[in-house]
Design a protein around this ligand. Structure first.
Ligand code: GRG
Length: 301
C-alpha cells in the first residue's frame, strides 16, 4: 500500500522487540507454589510473538529526544504489559471469545477463564508497578506523569472506554463512521498515543514537539486500526495467528464495511501522509518513525 520497509528497519524493530521480550521475561519470572500458574499464564500472554509496535514507538520517540535507554526500555515494557492484558481479556468468552492469538492458544484456552482474568489483572498492575518504580526514573514527578498518562490511556477515557463502546449496540441516530472512529481512537489509538507520549516525556520534549508526536500517533493509530480491518477481510489466518472475518461473522461494522476496501485503503493512505507531515519539523531525526508508518501500512499480521 506504501513504500516498502527496508531490511535495516525490520532489524531495528526485531532488535527492540527482542529487548522487550528479554525485559518482560525478567519482569515476569516463573514462580513456585500456588502462584506458579498465574505467572505461567502471564508469561504465555506477554512473551508470545507480538510485533512490539507500542514499545517500539515509545523507544524510537524517546531516542529521537535523547532519552535514557534504561528508562525507555522499562517504560516501553510497561506499555506492552497493558497491551498484553488487553489482548488476554479481549479474547475471553465474555468478550470476543477467541481461541488463537499470536499463533498460539489464547490464555483462557491454554489455562482456564479464571486464570486468564487474573493474568490480565496482574499484567495491568505490573505495568503501573514498573512505571512507578525508581528503577524506571529517579524523578518522582516524572514517574507520576508516566503513571497518569498510562492510567488515562488504559482506563475509561481510553482503551477500556473504547472497548465498552465497541460492545454496546450501535446507536442508530449517529453517523456510523463518526461513532466507529471515536471508538477506535479510544480502544486502539489511546495506547499507541500513550507510547509516543511516554517516549516524548522521558526525552524531555518541548510542548510543541509533544504536540507533533501526538498528531503523528493519532493518525498512525487510526491507520493501524483500518489496516487491521482490511486484514480481517483480506488476511490469512495462518499469517495473522488469529481468526479472520470476525467482524462480519459478529455482524459488526468496521472501516471496511462502511468505506469498502478501496475507500478504506484511501483513508489509510491519507492518514499515513498526514502522520508523516506531523514529523516534518524533526527532519532526518524522524527517519525511523517515518518508516514505522510504512511498516504499519504494509503489515501482513
Ligand atoms: C481491556 C478487554 C479490554 C480490551 C481493550 C485493545 C483492545 C480493547 C483489545 C485488543 C483486541 C484487538 C484485536 C484490537 C484490534 C487492534 C489490535 C489492538 C490488534 C492487536 O495489536 P497488534 O497487532 O498485536 O499490535 P501484537 O500481537 O502484534 O502485539
Amino acid at each position: 500500500m506504501s513504500a516498502e520497509v527496508s531490511e535495516k528497519f525490520l532489524q531495528r524493530l526485531n532488535e527492540i522487540g527482542d529487548r522487550i521480550t528479554v525485559a518482560l521475561d525478567q519482569l515476569i519470572p516463573p514462580a513456585e507454589g500456588p502462584e506458579a500458574q498465574l505467572m505461567r499464564a502471564m508469561r504465555h500472554g506477554a512473551l508470545g510473538q507480538g510485533k512490539r509496535l507500542r514499545p517500539f514507538i515509545a523507544i524510537e520517540v524517546g531516542r529521537m529526544f535523547g532519552a535514557q535507554e534504561k528508562a525507555l526500555l522499562r517504560a516501553a515494557a510497561a506499555v506492552e504489559c497493558v497491551h498484553a492484558y488487553s489482548l488476554i481479556h479481549d479474547d475471553l468468552p465474555c468478550m470476543d471469545d477467541d481461541d488463537f492469538r499470536r499463533g498460539q492458544p489464547t490464555v483462557h484456552r491454554a489455562f482456564d477463564e479464571a486464570t486468564a482474568v487474573l493474568a490480565g489483572d496482574a499484567l495491568l498492575s505490573l505495568a503501573f508497578e514498573i512505571m512507578a518504580s525508581p528503577e524506571t526514573h529517579r524523578d518522582a514527578i516524572m514517574r507520576c506523569r508516566l503513571v497518569e498518562r498510562l492510567a488515562i490511556a488504559s482506563g475509561a477515557r481510553g482503551m477500556v472506554g473504547g472497548q465498552m463502546i465497541d460492545m454496546a449496540p450501535a446507536p442508530g441516530d449517529k453517523e456510523p463512521l463518526q461513532v466507529l472512529t471515536r471508538m477506535q481512537k479510544l480502544k486502539t489509538g489511546a495506547l499507541i498515543s500513550c507510547a509516543g507520549e511516554v517516549g516524548a516525556l522521558l526525552g524531555g520534549a518541548l510542548e510543541s514537539e509533544r504536540h507533533a508526536i501526538a498528531g503523528y500517533t493519532n493518525d498512525l493509530g487510526l491507520a493501524f486500526q483500518i489496516v487491521d480491518d482490511l486484514l480481517d477481510v483480506e488476511g490469512e489466518e495462518a499469517e495473522l495467528g488469529k481468526a479472520v472475518a470476525k467482524d462480519e461473522a459478529a455482524g459488526k461494522v468496521n472501516f471496511v464495511s462502511i468505506l469498502g476496501v478501496d475507500g478504506a485503503r484511501d483513508r489509510v493512505r491519507y492518514l499515513a501522509a498526514q502522520a508523516k507531515q506531523h514529523l516534518a519539523s524533526f527532519g532526518v531525526r524522524a527517519t525511523t518513525l517515518l518508516q514505522t508508518v510504512d511498516f504499519v501500512l504494509n503489515r501482513r499480521h
